[in-house]
Write a protein that binds this ligand. Structure first.
Ligand SMILES: [Zn+2]
Length: 285
């Protein structure tokens, strides 16, 4: 019998039921009802997540800013991971040109609000999750209230003004930020905790020059659909790292480490973002 098939059958046998002793004897996983134990069995048997990690995800609240190319796959994997509460923020309606990369949306959704359609998908996917659609544009006036209750914010929006408003709000409210962006074949993902001493924020990375500008949009540059899938899924994984900090070994958020994808080559490299002591977002933190 091929090894892969043996592995599959073994894994299937060991993971198929909530009576699995590995799961049942884990104190944290005991707090999950049997149907949830089954649903998340592949997470719980990972030592890097475990029952403690799954329990943490079940109680977590993630605010997703931007339900576009990055927000779509990020939502799918965060909801798939059982993140218990999701707030979806986007002011846009679905356009036909979105469908090439925003895979939660169908042709029949064109003209509807992205946040609402994404929330409907989430409810169908897992009715146990609490999901809320916020059809609005994030501004300096509403950003702090939007992020206040979040355990993390995942920002995959399409303009610098919103990104900087979200970043400043996260620093002010003490909320970690998973930031993901891309254009053409380039992707960037980083976790920021600018409210913590010595840690940079997103504004330390990009500076103040872009506050008033919308730039680097997909409409101007173009973007490959599969690239947003890769970057959005990586952003979801980065968000999970942040949520699991001090809970399980996957919880290494790598604050301030920027991951750069080149989809053409392809390759990935990373660099450390320095904290800017004069940063108007986090300079005093
Ligand atoms: Zn900063």
């Amino acid at each position: 019998m091929p090894f892969a098939l043996i592995f599959y059958l073994t894994a299937r046998r060991s993971l198929s039921a909530s009576q699995n002793p590995l799961l049942a004897t884990n104190p944290a996983s005991m707090s999950l009802p049997p149907d949830r134990l089954d649903r998340f069995a592949r997470h719980i048997v990972l030592p890097e997540v475990g029952g403690m990690g799954q329990d943490r995800l079940t109680r977590a609240h993630v605010v997703l800013v931007g339900m576009g190319g990055i927000g779509n796959p990020a939502l799918q994997y965060l909801a798939g991971a059982g993140v218990g509460r999701l707030t979806l923020v986007d002011s846009d309606v679905i356009e036909a040109s979105n469908l090439q990369r925003q895979t939660l949306f169908a042709a029949s959704d064109v003209g509807r609000a992205k946040a609402e359609v994404a929330a409907e998908w989430t409810h169908r996917f897992d009715p146990a999750l609490e999901v809320e659609a916020q059809v609005l544009r994030v501004t300096r006036d509403n950003a702090r209230e939007l992020v206040r209750d979040a355990d993390i914010v995942l920002d995959g929006c399409d303009n610098f003004a919103t990104r900087l408003a979200v970043s400043d709000a996260c620093v002010a409210e003490g909320v970690p930020l998973t930031s993901a962006a891309l254009g053409r074949f380039q992707g960037q993902v980083a976790n920021f905790a600018g409210h913590r001493e010595g840690q940079p924020c997103y504004r330390c990375f990009v500076g103040d020059a872009f506050d008033a500008e919308d730039c680097d949009t997909c409409a101007e540059q173009g973007v490959l659909g599969a690239m947003v899938g890769m970057v959005g899924a990586f952003a979801a994984m980065h968000g999970l790292r942040a949520l699991l900090e001090n809970v399980s070994t996957l919880g290494d958020p790598q604050w301030g480490q920027l991951y750069l994808f080149n989809g053409m080559k392809p390759d990935m490299r990373s660099m450390r973002i320095a904290k800017d002591a004069g940063c108007s977002g986090c300079g005093s933190a």
